[in-house]
Design a protein around this ligand. Structure first.
Ligand code: FMN
Length: 198
């Protein structure tokens, strides 16, 4: 099973790096899990160097949207208890981890992680179509370099419908972060997709 999470790691210059990541999880307690970062990612460089990080499970989709588009999330960070990395303030559960094994491959690395400290702050609200739609849009936003712009806009239009239909102000704000990011990230000239009526 792949969960959608946000991972914080320490950058070489001491600042915190915040990135959405999808760990492979067999253990529901997340005592261990496996990260598969692209070898081009900052997260991979940081994990290789410092061998620690914090994995966050959160239903705050605006955090995902900001992290996916390089937006500012940093001011909400608090220090971790067992690792030298900041954690996000708004999480349902967080897992401070150390790397037990890692391997670089051509495309993605494999990073085995062991939880040192787990914390629960609040319940995860439950299945939520608008939030899932925002997560899907976040994934598209991190793939603008290699997906066709028209395809991205087509999928965004479908996802926006779900956000408008089933979301509240938080989901709309998160989706807006992604909509604001889209024009600078994709080629406007090839935009021939019409938005569906709200
Ligand atoms: C929900 C979600 C899950 C993601 N999972 C992964 C993943 O497992 N591995 C990965 O390399 N990138 C993943 N990405 C894309 C990264 O977040 C993206 O490439 C980001 O720019 C990496 O940031 P970094 O370079 O600061 O580490 C995911 C994106 C989203 C929105």
């Amino acid at each position: 099973m792949i969960l959608e999470t946000i991972v914080t790691t320490r950058n070489r210059d001491g600042t915190v790096n915040i990135a959405p990541m999808g760990p492979y999880c067999d253990d529901p307690e997340l005592a261990t899990f496996e990260l598969r970062p692209f070898c081009t990612s900052t997260t991979w460089q940081n994990l290789k160097r410092s061998r620690q990080g914090i994995l966050h499970i959160t239903d705050n989709v605006e955090l995902f949207a900001r992290a996916a588009t390089g937006g500012v999330v940093e001011p909400t960070c608090l220090p971790g208890l067992m690792v030298n990395v900041e954690r996000l303030a708004d999480f349902c559960r967080c897992y401070e981890f150390q790397v037990t094994w890692l391997q670089e491959a051509r495309d993605r690395a494999t990073v085995h992680c062991r939880t040192l400290h787990a914390e629960r702050q609040r319940d995860f609200i439950g299945f939520h179509r608008a939030r899932h739609a925002v997560i899907e849009a976040c994934i598209l936003a991190t793939r603008v370099d290699f997906l066709p712009p028209q395809e991205i806009r087509r999928q965004f239009a479908e996802l926006e419908r779900l956000v408008i239909k089933t979301g509240g102000p938080a989901e709309r704000a998160a989706f807006q972060v992604l909509l604001d990011f889209l024009p600078q990230a994709v080629d406007n000239d090839s935009d021939t997709t019409e938005r569906p009526p709200a």
